[in-house]
Design a protein. Sequence first.
Length: 81
Amino acid sequence: MRTTIDLPDDLIRAARVRAAASDESLKELFTRALAKELDRAARKQRRKLPVIGSSRPGRSSITPAELEQVLGDDDLDRDVV
């Protein structure tokens, strides 16, 4: 697809130099750079939950009632109801 964008002259100059040094076209350079940026943004959104180490993996001594209490206390600490 064709599109027109307005970029600063110094950015275009630097892109032309980089593309020439990499023996690729401006289209290839911009496609690669944009794909990399979009992939990075997507990975940033897919953050993993924190992992807490345990000497007894797979086991928990907390009851559902205790978990509910802890989560409720956390909400109160944040003034979230």
